[in-house]
Design a binder for this molecule. Structure first.
Ligand code: NAD
Length: 360
C-alpha cells in the first residue's frame, strides 16, 4: 500500500536541506520497497511570494491527505516587516500544527560520540547523550484565554496570559511520553512547577494516575528550575522528559544546545494517530542560505523519525541513522560541525555520502 509523504521545502536553507533528505528517502524507498509517494507544496515565505498567504488551501489540503509531512524551515528577514501577523511565514507552520491537531512534539537531543567536542560542556558530561523531550504543543500559556495587552484606568499598561490545561490535554501528552519511555530506557521525568502553579498541580496528579497504566516505566517529577540546572549539570540522568508548551520550548532548546550542533537535531510533531510533521530543530538560516554549506543531517534524521513514528518503517529509520553515523565515522563534516583533521563537505556532498553509506 502506498504512503503519501508531503514535502514542504519552505524558505532559506529549507529547499537545500530538503533536497538531500529527498535523495535519502528515495534511496531507502527503492531499497526496501516502502511504497512512499513524495509530493511537494509551498509553505511560509515561498507561499506568501507565490500566493499572498503562508498556508495556501492547496497545501493545507495536501497536508490533511498525507500520511506524513517533511518540512525544511520557514522564515526570513524579507517577510519580517509585514505588520499583518497573519502574513508571516511562521503562521504557515502554526496553521498546519493547529489544523492537524499536532499536539505532541518529540525532540531528541542526541550527541553522536564523534561530535562530543562540538558541545560547550565537557565531553564526559555529554558524550553519548540521548534524551527525548516530549513537549505539549497546542495548549498551555501560549494559547490560553483570556490573553491581552491593555492600559488600565490609571494609565498603567499591563499584559496578561492564561496558563491552562485540562486533564484530557495532560493525559494525551502523558501517554505519548509514557509510550516513548517504554520503547526506550523506561525512565520518564515529568517537569512542572507544582510548588507555585495550580495548573501543574493537576499536571502532576494526572501523570501519577497514568503511571498506574505503565508500571514498567519509572516516573519521577522535577520542578522546571531544577530541571534546567540538571540538564546542564548531569544531562545523562534523563531518558524521556515530558512537560508543557512553554517549559518544553525553553528546555528543549537548552537540551539541543548541549549537543552543540543544531544542524544535527530532528523533531516530530504528532497527532493522536501518530500522523505527524517532521522538521529539523533549526530555522531557515538566512545567513547561509544559497551557499550550499548548510548541514542536511537534521532533516535527514527527521525523515528517519518520520519513517519510524508515522510510516511504520522502523528498520528503514535504523538504517538511515546508522548511515549518518557512518558518514561521521568517515570524518565528513559540514562547516557547522567542522573540526581539525576532518574533511569539510558541502550540503549535497553530505547528502550523497549518506546515500552511499545506505548502499553499503
Ligand atoms: P536558525 O536556526 O535559522 O539559525 C541560527 C544559527 O544556526 C545561524 O547562524 C545559522 O546559520 C545556523 N544554522 C541553522 N541551521 C543550520 C544548518 N542546518 N547548518 C548549518 N548552520 C545552521 O535561527 P534564526 O537565525 O534565529 O532564525 C532564522 C529564521 O528562521 C527566522 O526567520 C526564524 O523565524 C526562522 N525559524 C524557523 C523555524 C522553523 O521553520 N521551524 C524555527 C526557528 C526559526
Amino acid at each position: 500500500m502506498s504512503k503519501k509523504v508531503l514535502v514542504l521545502p519552505g524558505d532559506g536553507i529549507g529547499p537545500e536541506i530538503v533536497a538531500e533528505a529527498r535523495k535519502v528517502l528515495e534511496t531507502i524507498n527503492l531499497q526496501m520497497s516502502l511504497g512512499l509517494e513524495l509530493s511537494e507544496a509551498l509553505v511560509g515565505g515561498a507561499a506568501i511570494d507565490a500566493t499572498g498567504i503562508p498556508l495556501p488551501e492547496a497545501t493545507l489540503n495536501a497536508a490533511k491527505q498525507a500520511d506524513a509531512i517533511l518540512l525544511g524551515a520557514v522564515g526570513g528577514p524579507q517577510w519580517d516587516s509585514n505588520p499583518d501577523f497573519q502574513i508571516r511565514p511562521e503562521k504557515g507552520l502554526l496553521g498546519i500544527r493547529s489544523q492537524l491537531g499536532l499536539f505532541g512534539n518529540l525532540r531528541p537531543a542526541i550527541l553522536y560520540p564523534q561530535l562530543a567536542h562540538a558541545s560547550t560542556l565537557k565531553p564526559d558530561v555529554v558524550s553519548g547523550l540521548d534524551i527525548l523531550i516530549v513537549r505539549e504543543l497546542t495548549g498551555g500559556i501560549y494559547f490560553g484565554q483570556p490573553r491581552g495587552y491593555r492600559t488600565k484606568e490609571n494609565g498603567v499598561r499591563e499584559g496578561f496570559n492564561t496558563y491552562v490545561y485540562d486533564e484530557n490535554e495532560i493525559r494525551r501528552i502523558g501517554r505519548v511520553a509514557f509510550e516513548a519511555a517504554r520503547a526506550r530506557g523506561k525512565k520518564l521525568c515529568s517537569v512542572d512547577k507544582a510548588n507555585v502553579l495550580e495548573v501543574t498541580v493537576l499536571w502532576r496528579e494526572v501523570m501519577n494516575e497514568l503511571h498506574a497504566e505503565y508500571p514498567d516505566v519509572e516516573l519521577s517529577h522535577m520542578y522546571v528550575d531544577n530541571a534546567a540546572m540538571q540538564l546542564v549539570r548531569a544531562p545523562k540522568q534523563f531518558d524521556v522528559v515530558v512537560t508543557g508548551n512553554m517549559f518544553g520550548d525553553i528546555l528543549s532548546d537548552a537540551a539541543a544546545m548541549l549537543t552543540g550542533s543544531i544542524g544535527m537535531l530532528p523533531s516530530a510533531s504528532l497527532d493522536v494517530d501518530n500522523k505527524g510533521m517532521y522538521e529539523p530543530c533549526h530555522g531557515s538560516a538566512p545567513d547561509i542560505a544559497g551557499q550550499g554549506i548548510a548541514n542536511p543531517l537534521a532533516t535527514i534524521l527527521s525523515a528517519a523519525m518520520m519513517l519510524r513514528y508515522s510510516l511504520n518503517a522502523g528498520e528503514a529509520a535504523d538504517r538511515i541513522e546508522s548511515a549518518v553515523s557512518k558518514v561521521l565515522d568517515q570524518n565528513l563534516r559540514t562547516s557547522d560541525i567542522m573540526s581539525e583533521g576532518m574533511r569539510r563537505v558541502s550540503t549535497s556532498e553530505m547528502g550523497d555520502a549518506v546515500v552511499a553509506a545506505l548502499a553499503e
